[in-house]
Design a protein around this ligand. Structure first.
Ligand code: IPD
Ligand code: CA
Ligand code: CA
Length: 264
């Protein structure tokens, strides 16, 4: 089916802004906080309410579209046929609960597996990153530049300290030598914000061990639209229906770090 991407884009932007207002309003209310896979994996009534809001609105306007959402109010999505929305209603829930900032709404819209539209909304900063395939990426009304070349020595790398101490998943020494080489490191606690920052050139690389499709779907569309690269740690394309380690970055930083630190 032919989609009207202009219409979908307008619909998504206004829905995201409305969802953002709901979240801001919730700051005056007492949150109901629960844990999921472990004691530090938090979910609140707002994560659920916002996802439900999107799913109901999408199903109403676009009944043939499928929705893959973190909190499970959408569809059971196991393939990428047709038009699929991949939604994280609040990415950075721990920040949302503890800091009331540094969290984002993330949405990627894919057609037959191709990223068509991407959105990351940093609600408190009121920064909406948005991209449409072939038509550029924007931060609010401002067009984002294509990513230029940055030497690894001048790169700012986003990495969580967990991967720099002995851990079960990766050889921390390998990451430590990369950290010593780059200009600086950061960690914001929201994959979506970190990916948006890559697209905006505020970060040059982001390395993380386990993300779900809703963490990176919106960011993938944004990053690819400005000429950045987003893959797993071996340089393979990310699956839109499976969890994966993720390495995103400026193309020069991505290719050198992949070759020298990750591939073997
Ligand atoms: C989490 C954040 C965090 C990342 C975790 C994600 P959530 O998402 O993006 O930065 O390190 O892997 O699960 O649970 O806050 O939506
Ligand atoms: Ca998330
Ligand atoms: Ca979430």
């Amino acid at each position: 089916m032919e989609e009207n991407w202009n219409d979908i884009d307008q619909f998504t932007k206004s829905s995201i802004k409305e969802a953002g207002s709901k979240i801001i309003d919730s700051f005056d209310e007492v949150l109901k906080i629960q844990t999921k896979s472990n004691v530090n994996d938090l979910v609140t009534n707002m994560d659920k309410q916002i996802e439900k809001y999107f799913v109901e609105k999408i199903k109403d306007h676009y009944p043939t579209h499928r929705v893959l959402g973190e909190e499970g109010f959408g569809d059971q999505v196991e393939d990428t046929a047709g038009t699929v929305w991949i939604i994280d209603p609040i990415d950075g829930t721990m920040n949302f609960v503890h800091q009331q900032r540094n969290f984002a709404i993330s949405i990627g819209i894919f057609h037959e597996g191709v990223g068509m539209l991407g959105y990351i909304y940093d609600v408190v900063a009121d920064e909406l990153y948005h991209a449409r395939k072939g038509q550029g990426a924007y931060l609010n009304e401002e067009r984002l530049s294509q990513l230029g070349e940055v030497p690894v020595e001048e790169a700012i790398l986003s990495i969580n300290a967990t991967w720099l101490v002995p851990n079960k998943k990766v050889n921390h020494e390998q990451f430590a030598s990369l950290v010593r080489r780059v200009r600086g490191t950061r960690s914001y606690g929201s994959a979506a914000i970190e990916l948006a920052y890559i697209a905006a050139g505020r970060l040059d690389g982001y390395l993380t061990m386990r993300l779900s499709p809703w963490d990176f779907a919106g960011g993938k569309v944004l990053i690819e639209e400005v000429g950045g690269t987003i893959t797993d740690l071996k340089g393979n394309d990310l699956s839109l229906v499976e969890n994966s380690p993720v390495f995103a970055g400026n193309p020069a930083v991505h290719s050198e770090v992949l070759d020298k630190y990750l591939k073997h």
